[in-house]
Design a protein around this ligand. Structure first.
Ligand SMILES: Nc1ncnc2c1ncn2[C@@H]1O[C@H](COP(=O)(O)OP(=O)(O)O)[C@@H](O)[C@H]1O
Ligand SMILES: O=C(O)C1=C[C@@H](OP(=O)(O)O)[C@@H](O)[C@H](O)C1
Ligand SMILES: [Mg+2]
Length: 178
């Protein structure tokens, strides 16, 4: 697979909680790529959590950092890149994402809500109506996510390892198309 991809990066996109970080680590192990997570790089560079960046600065500042990090990451090859769910909204980010193969992990909102019920690290969901917020974000983002090279629809019972295996099995068919 490493050979087949010829060092091309894989970018994982999709809503928060779909498993970009979790599945990304497995994909990297499987094909001998390095794993990077744009959120993790931002947190290290800023010396602040994502919650702190949103509250002490602003979402706009976070989005600027996110675009800067993506631009830097794109200079490297053989990477699995887990992105933050909102990265797709800035059109110029697509210039970077399309340097590699873009994979959309798509999970029903009800499952995301269950997964993130006890999680307080996603500032956009720290409000009285996380379900409504997820619905409106998905509505704004869906047409952007659908620009991905590969759309992976995930069921409630599929494990991260099964999802990683399915992605790797599907990649040869999209490489042929390109
Ligand atoms: N296929 C899966 N099945 C069950 N739980 C999952 C699965 N993928 C991810 N999770 C869990 O969902 C939560 C969010 O996963 P994460 O990888 O952080 O998503 P993202 O990076 O897309 O926001 C974590 O607690 C993770 O363990
Ligand atoms: O969807 C979003 O706008 C966000 C998703 C988060 O990353 P994950 O998608 O990894 O949860 C993180 O970048 C930030 O909280 C904003
Ligand atoms: Mg993540």
């Amino acid at each position: 697979m490493t050979n087949l991809l010829k060092g091309v990066n894989l970018y994982l996109i999709g809503m928060m909680g779909v498993g970009k970080t979790t599945v990304g680590k497995l994909l990297a192990q499987e094909i001998g790529y390095r794993f990077v997570d744009t959120d993790e790089i931002i947190v290290k560079a800023a010396g602040k959590s994502i919650n702190e960046i949103f509250t002490e600065h602003s979402e706009d500042d976070f989005r600027q950092l996110e675009s800067d990090v993506l631009a830097q990451v794109c200079a490297y090859t053989k990477l699995i890149v887990a992105t933050g769910g909102g990265i797709v909204m800035e059109q110029q980010n697509w210039g970077y994402l399309h340097h590699g193969l873009v994979v959309w992990l798509d999970v029903p909102i009800q499952i995301i809500l269950e997964r993130l019920a006890e999680d307080n690290t996603r500032p956009l969901l720290q409000n009285a109506d996380p379900q409504g917020k997820l619905r409106s974000l998905l509505e704004q983002r869906q047409h952007k996510y659908s620009q991905a090279d590969l759309h992976i629809t995930i069921t409630a019972t599929e494990t991260p390892a099964e999802i990683a295996t399915r992605i790797l099995a599907t990649i040869p068919s999209i490489l042929k198309k390109q």
